[in-house]
Design a protein around this ligand. Structure first.
Ligand code: 0PR
Length: 382
């Protein structure tokens, strides 16, 4: 469009925007099956609206916002068993991973061990920071191979990124086991729990056996968890937790005209709406509420896998968290055909297939509709 000479009225602008919004997939209609986004809780939206004008980077003018950020970080540190952590709210897993890797580089590491299954934001951050990547192999069940980590340690690698809830297959790397080995070499770990950070701590409440992911392991020095994924907040929202708390100093930059002379974080102005939304969800749900949400999505996960197998679809991996990879010959064709039916999934690449992320906006009805569509597509394209 051309930059308009004269303004037009609000109603016509909003109706124009609504007609464009019609093109987007809708969570409420069960159309969003691949994206890790979901419908935020109402209380999170209201909290966001109260604070969205305040800047988290200016605790002088917006001290209330800064208290909220600190309390959210404290609550998440508590959830992940850290009694001496600091941290900050960022825009998402990408920024949290970039920040963690920036700190790793500033600590003097030049190479990081990264599993092949890590999210692309980790590879992107290494490129931006000119960090060397030591690519870690996966074992036969697609988690990072312990042998490969030991080899990396032998070759002098001391900094590692592991994923708690891999993007493509929903698997948890054996972080605690690896942490014990890495700790013997005085190495460190950043845990990317962007997706499953609000799932894993509640699985054990459901009596499910899950590998331990927490700061109880001394090698774990940072962990990120996204509000805008399973934290049920609006976008943008991620939290990065750091140990020891002094690590935060690495992301405090001189800002001479600011009242406190510093600016925190790799980006600039940060909306306090993010901190307020996460604060609201944590208070509103508590451990019990989150456990209910996780019970619901894990129930749907079991249902989807069972139904897919009944219909002779191949689901080669048993995920730890609600992400399903369905093996198909030509994922792109499936995506195209499913999109024609307004069902939007993603691809998995470690196993060639289509990926479904089961988020809380989905229901059994949506999954049944998806399976019917999948069967029709298979019939058409094989
Ligand atoms: N780490 C992990 C393990 C992730 O799965 C992701 C996002 C990130 C980091 C990066 O998070 P941000 O994108 O919030 O910075 N994985 C999502 C995915 O690949 C990203 C996404 C989300 C893509 C919603 C599209 C979308 O509509 O599914």
């Amino acid at each position: 469009m051309k930059f308009p000479k004269r303004g037009v009225n609000e109603l016509s602008i909003l109706s124009e925007l609504r007609s464009k919004y019609c093109l987007d997939a809708k969570h409420d209609l069960g159309e969003v099956l691949g994206s890790m986004t979901t419908k935020p809780l109402d209380v999170a939206i209201r909290a966001f609206e109260i604070f969205w004008r305040s800047n988290l980077n200016d605790p002088y003018t917006f001290p209330g916002s800064s208290i909220i950020e600190r309390e959210v970080i404290e609550a998440l540190a508590d959830l992940y068993e850290c009694n001496d952590c600091s941290g900050l709210i960022t825009t998402g897993g990408s920024e949290s991973n970039l920040t963690a890797l920036y700190i790793i580089r500033e600590l003097g590491f030049s190479t990081v061990g990264v599993p092949k299954s890590a999210h692309f934001s980790v590879f992107k951050a290494c490129k931006l920071l000119k960090l060397n990547i030591y690519e870690l192999d996966l074992d036969k069940d697609f988690r990072v191979s312990i042998g490969s980590v030991k080899e990396a340690l032998d070759k002098g690698v001391r900094a590692f990124i592991f994923t708690a809830g891999t993007t493509e297959l929903g698997l948890i790397d054996p972080i605690d086991k690896l942490g014990r080995v890495i700790n013997e070499y005085s190495g460190l770990i950043h845990v990317d729990a962007a997706y499953a950070g609000f799932v894993i701590p509640f699985l054990k409440e459901l009596g499910l056996k899950v590998p331990k992911v927490s700061f109880s392991n001394p090698a774990v020095r940072s962990l990120c968890v996204d509000g805008h994924k399973m934290g049920l907040t609006p976008i943008p929202n991620s939290a990065l937790i750091l140990r020891p708390p002094e690590l935060i100093k690495y992301v405090e930059f001189p800002a001479r005209y600011m009242p406190l002379n510093i600016q925190r974080g790799l980006l600039g102005t940060r909306t306090a709406g993010s901190a307020a939304a996460l604060y609201a969800v944590i208070k509103y749900l508590g451990i019990e509420g989150f456990t209910e949400v996780v019970k619901y999505v894990m129930g749907l996960l079991k249902y989807l896998i069972k139904r897919l197998r009944e219909e002779d679809f191949s689901v080669p991996v048993e995920p730890d968290v609600p992400i399903v990879c369905i093996e198909v010959k030509d994922p792109d064709k499936y995506l195209k055909e499913l999109a024609k039916r307004r069902l939007f999934v993603y691809k998995c690449s470690l196993i060639k297939g289509v990926r479904v992320v089961i988020m809380p906006h989905l229901s059994r009805y949506d999954l049944d509709r998806f399976i019917e569509a999948l069967k029709n597509v298979r019939r058409e394209i094989g």
